[in-house]
Write a protein that binds this ligand. Structure first.
Ligand SMILES: Cc1cc2nc3c(=O)[nH]c(=O)nc-3n(C[C@H](O)[C@H](O)[C@H](O)COP(=O)(O)OP(=O)(O)OC[C@H]3O[C@@H](n4cnc5c(N)ncnc54)[C@H](O)[C@@H]3O)c2cc1C
Length: 487
C-alpha cells in the first residue's frame, strides 16, 4: 500500500518551543527549535515548515542515544514524544501497533500482564520504539533473538517529499531494510507494527558467574550460548596482567510453563517496579554518592569491590529476578549519568567496539591494554555476543562487542578523542564495526570502512532519491558521512 498524504495548505500546526537539545551522554548538544507533532499530518507539516524556512530537521525520540544521533546544530529537532499511543495490542498473537513515540516502558507495561515481553530491549526502558527501530538496537540476547528489526513486521514511513510509504519484508523491502538502522535519514516512522515474545512468568532465572580474564569470559559465553536466553558481562577495565578483561557474567533464561507458581502475580506491572531506595538512600539522590567516586581512583575501587562482591553472588546460585530488574539494570539509579558532571561540556561517551569472532580476543586485549597505558581507563565495560542480521547499515555481526564508558571533561576532551581514534583503528584493522547510537568519535571515512560498500551505496542512492533537498540531517550524519550542513 502507498498511502499518499499531504499537509500542504492544511491547518496542522505542530507545537514548537526553543530548547537545549543534548545527547544522552551530555558531551554534545545544541540550542534550537523543537517541533512536536501529534499526528502524521503534523509531521508532514513540519517538513513544509523546514522547507519554507530553508532549514533541516533532526528526528528525535527520547534522546537516549549517547552521542549526536538526534542533535541537529543549526536546524530544528522533530521530536516524536507526543505521538505516543499504543494503537492496538493483540493478546492472542503478541503483535503491537504503536505510534513512534511509545516507549519501551509503555510497551512492556501493556504487554506483560497478557504474557508478552518486548523481544529485544536496550539496557534502559526510556527509548521510543521509533528510536530503537532507527538504530536497530540489540539487547543482552542479540546472539539468540537478533536485533529489534528482526521483530518488526511493518511500518509507515513519512518521506520528506510528503508521501507516507508502508514498508515490510514483502512491500518496499529495500526501504524496510534500509530505514531500520537508517538513523532517521530516510523518513520518519509514524506507525510501527512489531511482534513481542510469549513469556510464562514475569521473572527470569538468573545465574551469576565470574571469569578471571577475557578468555574465560568468552569461553563461558560460547559454552552457554546455545542454552541461555540472555548473556552479558561486566568487565573490570582497571584489572591488568593475568586479570586483564576479568568480569562478572549474568546469564538468564525464561521460565517454562508451570515453573512459576504464581504467574498472575509476577506478570503484573507492580511486580516489575524497581526499588525506590538503595541501601536506605532514595534512588533519586543516589547519583550524588556516585559523584564522589567518579574519578580514576574511586572507579578503580568500585570496580575492584564489584569483582570481590561477585563471589557472593555466584555462591548464592540461580535466583529469580523480574524482567524489568534484569533488563533495565541501568535504570536502577535515576540520572546516574549526572555523576559525570552536569555542566560545561562534561559528561560521558560510550565507544562500543564490535569485532568478528576470529579477531575479537586479541584485538580486545590490545584495546584494554592501550586504555591502561594511555591513562584513559573506562569506568564501565560491558561485553555482549552478537549475530548478523539483514539490515543494511547494521552494527551487528557474528562476534562480540565491548562497550566502554569514558568520562569527558573540558581538559581531557581532545586527548580522549585521539585515544578513541586509535581504538577505532585497531577495531577497523580487525574487521570491526561501530554503533551510531553510541558514537561521538568516528571520523569521516570510518563508516565507509566498516559498512559493506554495496549496502552503503544503495543507502546513499535511497537518500538522494527520497530526500533530494537533504531535509533530514543530524550532527551524526554530517560528522560520519562528511556532509556539509544544508546539503
Ligand atoms: C543507559 C542506556 C543504555 C542503553 N543500552 C542499549 C543497549 O543495551 N542496546 C542498544 O542497542 N542500545 C542501547 N542504548 C541506546 C538506545 O537504545 C538507542 O540510542 C535508541 O536509539 C534511543 O532511542 P530514543 O527514542 O531515545 O531515540 P533518539 O536517541 O532520540 O534517536 C535515535 C535515532 O532515532 C532517530 N529517530 C527518532 N525518531 C524517529 C522517527 N520517528 N523516525 C525515524 N527515525 C527516528 C533519530 O534521528 C536518531 O537517529 C542505551 C542507551 C542508554 C542511555
Amino acid at each position: 500500500m502507498e498511502a499518499a498524504a499531504s499537509a500542504r495548505g492544511g491547518a496542522a500546526r505542530p507545537r514548537a518551543s526553543f530548547e537545549y537539545v543534548e545527547g544522552w551522554g551530555m558531551a554534545v548538544g545544541a540550542h534550537g527549535r523543537v517541533l512536536r507533532p501529534r499526528s502524521v499530518e503534523e509531521v508532514l507539516a513540519c517538513y513544509e515548515i523546514a522547507r519554507a524556512e530553508g532549514t533541516t530537521l533532526g528526528l528525535r525520540g527520547k534522546g537516549c542515544s549517547y552521542g549526536d544521533a538526534s542533535v541537529n546544530l543549526g536546524g530544528h529537532a522533530l521530536d516524536f514524544t507526543a505521538m505516543n499511543r499504543i494503537l492496538s495490542f493483540d493478546p492472542a498473537t503478541g503483535i503491537a501497533v504503536v505510534e513512534p513515540g511509545v516507549t519501551i516502558e509503555d510497551l512492556w507495561q501493556r504487554t506483560l500482564p497478557a504474557g508478552w515481553w518486548p523481544a529485544v530491549v536496550p539496557g534502559t526502558a526510556f527509548p521510543t520504539i521509533a528510536g530503537v527501530a532507527a538504530m536497530n538496537i540489540h539487547g543482552k540476547n542479540n546472539f539468540r533473538a537478533g536485533t529489534v528489526g528482526d521483530w518488526i513486521v511493518e511500518f509507515d514511513l513519512a518521506l520528506p517529499g510528503g508521501e507516507v510509504r508502508r514498508c515490510s519484508r514483502e512491500e518496499n523491502a529495500d526501504l524496510f531494510h534500509a530505514a531500520i538502522g537508517g538513523f532517521g535519514m530516510l523518513g520518519a516512522f509514524t506507525r510501527i507494527v512489531l511482534r513481542t515474545k510469549r513469556v510464562h512468568s514475569g521473572d527470569v532465572e538468573v545465574t551469576a558467574a565470574r571469569a578471571r580474564n577475557l578468555r574465560e569470559v568468552m569461553d563461558f559465553f560460547e559454552a552457554r550460548k546455545a542454552e541461555a536466553d540472555y548473556l552479558v558481562a561486566w568487565i573490570d577495565c582497571f584489572a591488568a596482567g593475568d586479570g586483564l578483561g576479568r568480569g562478572q557474567i549474568h546469564e538468564a533464561r525464561h521460565l517454562r510453563p508451570g515453573e512459576d507458581p504464581d504467574p498472575a502475580r509476577t506478570l503484573s506491572v507492580a511486580h516489575q517496579h524497581l526499588p525506590t531506595a538503595i541501601l536506605g538512600v532514595p534512588k533519586s539522590e543516589a547519583w550524588r554518592a556516585l559523584r564522589l567516586l567518579n574519578n580514576d581512583r574511586g572507579m578503580r575501587l568500585l570496580n575492584a569491590m564489584k569483582w570481590r562482591a561477585g563471589r557472593l553472588e555466584v555462591m548464592k546460585g540461580p535466583f529469580r529476578q523480574a524482567h524489568a530488574a534484569f533488563a533495565f539494570l541501568l535504570d536502577y539509579v535515576p540520572n546516574w549519568k549526572w555523576a559525570y558532571g552536569r555542566t560545561g561540556r562534561r559528561g560521558l561517551i560510550q565507544h562500543q567496539l564490535f569485532l568478528p569472532v576470529a579477531t575479537a580476543h586479541d584485538a580486545y586485549v590490545e584495546i584494554l591494554r592501550r586504555n591502561q597505558r594511555s591513562g584513559f581507563v573506562p569506568y564501565l565495560g560491558v561485553f555482549k555476543r552478537h549475530r548478523p542480521d539483514p539490515f543494511w547499515l547494521t552494527h551487528a555481526l557474528d562476534g562480540w562487542s565491548l562497550a566502554l564508558d569514558f568520562k569527558v571533561t573540558p581538559e581531557n576532551r581532545a586527548g580522549l578523542w585521539e585515544h578513541c581514534a586509535a581504538l577505532t583503528e585497531i577495531a577497523l584493522e580487525a574487521g570491526g564495526k561501530f554503533y551510531f547510537a553510541k558514537d561521538l568519535v568516528l571520523r569521516p571515512g570510518d563508516a565507509r570502512r566498516m559498512l559493506p560498500a554495496d549496502k552503503l551505496a544503495a543507502f546513499e542512492e535511497l537518500k538522494r532519491r527520497l530526500d533530494p533537498e537533504m531535509l533530514l540531517q543530524t550532527d551524526l550524519y554530517r560528522r560520519v558521512f562528511g556532509v556539509q550542513s544544508g546539503g
